[in-house]
Structure formats: structure tokens, C-alpha cells
Design a protein. Structure first.
Lengths: 297, 190
């Protein structure tokens, strides 16, 4: 039988990462409250922003990537593959989108299966065979099932707030204050931008680590869903082999798209490790081979 | 979303749902209604679709299924064939003039797969009915419910007939309420 390959290390790392994020956020809020900064207003603004991103991320990402949602008649093979995976996973079927691009890639976006969109590039479809394509779609479907958009949105919440505090301080000429009144508090207020910058930097790194763990989890999800980890391995190898030949302009274009978002992982998750939000292909293949051994045992 | 779901989501772990087989037999009585109310006769073929797995234990399970099918076909006189479709899914297609034997046969095969731990990979069981054109009742193992599927030309569906099938059999067949889960299956090999 196929058991869920338990990777206690990975699960532990995720929990520890989330715990560290919470500790940092807690300290941040505590210090701000102690100093007496009106953070409530800022936190509210960031909350609204993230809520907006949470509810509209699917459309925003599709628009910025130039992805076109396709109908079942246009892409019968892709839809049939997705449909069967959804039936096995017991979830309602997300929409499918196609990006006209020479870079073989895929991403998933949306807060729940019903509102999700899984997008693949034209070159991915032409590069991979049926089983490999299924494995990549299963990987993206696992992001949807694991609710990665929600987890990363929650994880990045105060990181974004910290970023805005720091940016506000830069733009206001290095002064933080409600009225610019000179008092004993002025020195204390200088701590805020430094603290905010620190919180932002550390949480940024933690979120990247978290995204990498989510990638491993999605790879595992794909292995379970398809029952064949080796298909994702060959897909990853094909994609990464092809990536080396792609001209840099394309890479920069993809990179520029990522800069469009404050939090890279919110923009969905791409199958390839262009960004440090993804582990290296070698690491992923090694993890998949471990899963394969466990599934056989 | 329960606490366990939330915890699973937190560590990026969403297990596959288990297969439920209990409602499979409901099609037996439904076939009588299909005949009397809609003049749709149960076909002598029915199929089971599942995803093959890369593992020696799966190979063993598959061998066991083939042996089971051979034994049961001797007993009931039904015939069977195993095929792989273009999406690399495995189909067990059974043929028997007795509809009860068909349901029992498919139940046996799915039961074996579940017992060997491959229940999660059961895609569906399909029962065909026909008058002029074929209509299908598809059993989704994850929801444990049936839904109608009437293919029309150019990969479209005859929704009107599907809804009629639902309204006529609502009482005796557990039917999937969410029509968003009524996944089509094109190129059914039966």
C-alpha cells in the first residue's frame, strides 16, 4: 500500500520556522506597543492590503504573467489530466490557464480549490510527456490542496507591516514621530526603523525558507497523488536541462515579474528554482528518490 | 476546516481521501427504475478505472485482481479485459448479461484494491445504460456518490438529460449534490 512518507524533519522545520516568525512578530508588536507607537492603524492598512491580495491574487498573478484561462474544448488533454487528479484528490477542479512562453514552467494561485488557477506554459506542454505533465500538474495541485497561498499570506503579514514602517521612515527623511515634537521619546523612536528593518530582513529569510519547505511538501504531494515519484524527477530534469539553454532576457523577464510582488511566494509557486523560494533541483530529486524508496518498501 | 485539517495545512500535508465503497450497490435497484421510467436499458458492460502505481506491492495486487477475475468469470460466465487508456490509467472492463453480476464483480475488484491499500487510487466505476445513445452513471469513490454523464458530440454534455436522470433517481441513488464535481470522462472504453 502507499503510505504517506513521513518526513518528520521537514514537518519539524516548518513548525520551527513558523514559530520563529511568530516570536519575531510578537517581539516587534510588543516593542512598538511599549514605545507607544500607533501601530494599529498601520496593521489595519496592511491587513486590508493582504486581504485584497488574498482574494484577488489569482487574477493579479494571471494578469501579470500574461496567462489566459482556457476552456475544456481548447485544452482537452490538460483538462482531462487535471480532472482525474482532482477526482483522486476528492476536490473540485481548479481552472486551467496557459502562458505563451518559451520557458517551461508552471504555477498555481488562488486561495481555495474553487478559486484556484493552475497555469502552465506552452513550452512545458510541448517539452514533457503525458506522465511528466501529470506530475507537474499534481505538484501545482498539491500547492492548492496544502493551501499554500493562505499559509504564506498569513506568514508574511507582519513582515509586510515591518517593511512599510521602514519605508515610511526612509521617505519621511529619517524621522519617525507623530508631530515632530522633541522630547525624551525621540531617541527611543529611532529604534523603530532599525527594529522594523531587522524584523523585515529576518522574517523575509524565514518566509523564503518556509517557501522552500512548501516546495518539498508539494513534490511529496505530487508523488503521492500520481503514485509515481519518478515522473516528477524526469520532469524536473527535463525542465532544468532546458533552462540552461534559454536566453537571459527571458530569465530577466520572469525575474522582473517576481519583483512586481512584495512577497514572492504570494505570486504563486513556480515549479523551477529560479528564485531562492525554491530548493535546488538536485535537492528536490534527492527528496523524491527518498520518497520512492519509502513507497516501495 | 477542522483542527486536524488546519494542522495538516500548516505542515504542508494533505492526505488523499479514502475510498468508500458502500454505496456502489445502489445502482442495482436504480437500474430497474432506469428501465421502467426512462426506457434506458442497463448495458452488459461496466468498467472500473484506477491509477497504476510504481511499486512491487501494487504489482502483487494487480496479479491478485487478475486471478480473482479469472475465478469469478468462470463462476458467473462473465468476461473481462484490462486496458490502459491514453492517460495511462488502468481499466477493468467486465461484460455480463446479468447486471447484478457486473456490480458484484466490480465491487470485488475495488474491494481488493482497497484491502491492499490502493483505494485512494480508484478513480471511478462506470455503468452504461442505453437506448439510442449511451448514458452513464459514474461512481466517485472519494465522495461515495454517483453522478450522471451523457456525452454529446464535440466533447459537450447533454445536461438536460443528466438533470432528468438525477431527478428521477434522487430517491434510490446517492447522487453528488455539487454539480461542479460531475467530472466528465471522455473516451470511456465501454
Amino acid at each position: 500500500m502507499v503510505r504517506w512518507p513521513h518526513d518528520l524533519g521537514l514537518e519539524l522545520r516548518m513548525v520551527v520556522t513558523l514559530f520563529l516568525l511568530m516570536v519575531i512578530y510578537f517581539v516587534f508588536i510588543a516593542v512598538l506597543a511599549y514605545i507607544g507607537v500607533e501601530t494599529l492603524f498601520l496593521v489595519a492598512i496592511v491587513a486590508i492590503m493582504l486581504l485584497f491580495q488574498y482574494f484577488f491574487s489569482d487574477r493579479m498573478v494571471l494578469w501579470s504573467m500574461g496567462a489566459r484561462v482556457v476552456s475544456e474544448q481548447e485544452e482537452p488533454r490538460l483538462y482531462e489530466t487535471l480532472t482525474r487528479l482532482c477526482a483522486i484528490a476528492g476536490i473540485s477542479r481548479p481552472k486551467l490557464a496557459v502562458v505563451n512562453s518559451a520557458v517551461p514552467n508552471a504555477f498555481a494561485t488562488g486561495r481555495n480549490p474553487k478559486n484556484s488557477v493552475i497555469a502552465v506554459t506552452t513550452s512545458l506542454v510541448s517539452t514533457l510527456n503525458q506522465e511528466e505533465l501529470e506530475a507537474v500538474i499534481a505538484h501545482e495541485l498539491s500547492h492548492v490542496r496544502n493551501r499554500d497561498v493562505m499559509v504564506i499570506t498569513l506568514a508574511s503579514f507582519l513582515s509586510t507591516a515591518a517593511f512599510f514602517i521602514f519605508r515610511n521612515w526612509l521617505f519621511s527623511g529619517g524621522s519617525v514621530g507623530t508631530g515632530g515634537r522633541k522630547n525624551d521619546k525621540a531617541a527611543l523612536l529611532l529604534i523603530i526603523p532599525i527594529l522594523a528593518a531587522g524584523v523585515w530582513l529576518i522574517s523575509f529569510l524565514l518566509i523564503k525558507a518556509l517557501s522552500r519547505y512548501r516546495e518539498f511538501a508539494a513534490d511529496k504531494g505530487s508523488a503521492i497523488l500520481t503514485g509515481n515519484p519518478s515522473h516528477l524527477v524526469s520532469a524536473l530534469m527535463k525542465i532544468s536541462g532546458q533552462m540552461a539553454q534559454v536566453p537571459t532576457t527571458d530569465l530577466r523577464k520572469v525575474e522582473g515579474m517576481n519583483a512586481f510582488f512584495i512577497i514572492p511566494a504570494i505570486s504563486g509557486s513556480s515549479i523551477f528554482n529560479l528564485l531562492s523560494t525554491h530548493p535546488t533541483v538536485e535537492q528536490r530529486i534527492a527528496a523524491l528518490e527518498r520518497i520512492q524508496r519509502e513507497m516501495k518498501g | 476546516m477542522t483542527w486536524k485539517d488546519a494542522l495538516d495545512a500548516l505542515v504542508g500535508k494533505t492526505p488523499l481521501p479514502k475510498a468508500t465503497i458502500d454505496n456502489l450497490f445502489a445502482i442495482s435497484t436504480a437500474s430497474v427504475t432506469m428501465q421502467s421510467e426512462m426506457n434506458l436499458k442497463a448495458s452488459s458492460t461496466a468498467g472500473l478505472c484506477f491509477k497504476p502505481i510504481e511499486s512491487s506491492q501494487y504489482d502483487a495486487a494487480r496479479t491478485e485482481i487478475e486471478e480473482l477475475l479469472q475465478i469469478s468469470s468462470k463462476e458467473t460466465g462473465s468476461t473481462y479485459r484490462l486496458t490502459t487508456d491514453e492517460y495511462r490509467f488502468t481499466w477493468v472492463v467486465m461484460e455480463d448479461p446479468d447486471f447484478e453480476d457486473l456490480v458484484t464483480g466490480l465491487h470485488l475488484v475495488s474491494q481488493t484494491l482497497i484491502e491492499r491499500g490502493f483505494g485512494s487510487y480508484l478513480l471511478c466505476a462506470i455503468f452504461r445504460f442505453e437506448n439510442v445513445k449511451p448514458v452513464y452513471w459514474i461512481y466517485n469513490f472519494k465522495q461515495g456518490r454517483y453522478y450522471p454523464f451523457v456525452p454529446a458530440p464535440d466533447k459537450t454534455r447533454d445536461n438536460a438529460l443528466e438533470f432528468r436522470m438525477r431527478s428521477l433517481l434522487e430517491r434510490e441513488l446517492p447522487i453528488e449534490k455539487d454539480t461542479g464535481m460531475w467530472y466528465p470522462l471522455w473516451g470511456i472504453p465501454l
